[in-house]
Design a protein around this ligand. Structure first.
Ligand SMILES: [Zn+2]
Length: 56
């Protein structure tokens, strides 16, 4: 069975209409605090693409 950190979920609800950044932040924090699900791959792919585009 998956380990769900119920308390964390109660305290950290995903916003109703999350932006991409909010979703990435939520999933990043979620992964550190709970094991009920992993970060969706498409979210990571999009994140990596975005990161590689940013050049200062
Ligand atoms: Zn969870």
């Amino acid at each position: 069975m998956n380990n769900i950190n119920k308390e964390w979920h109660l305290r950290n609800k995903m916003p109703k209409n999350p932006t991409f950044e909010e979703r990435v932040n939520w999933h990043t924090a979620h992964e550190l605090n709970c094991n009920c699900r992993t970060i969706p791959k498409h979210l990571l792919n999009k994140k990596n693409k975005k990161d590689s585009k940013i050049k200062n």
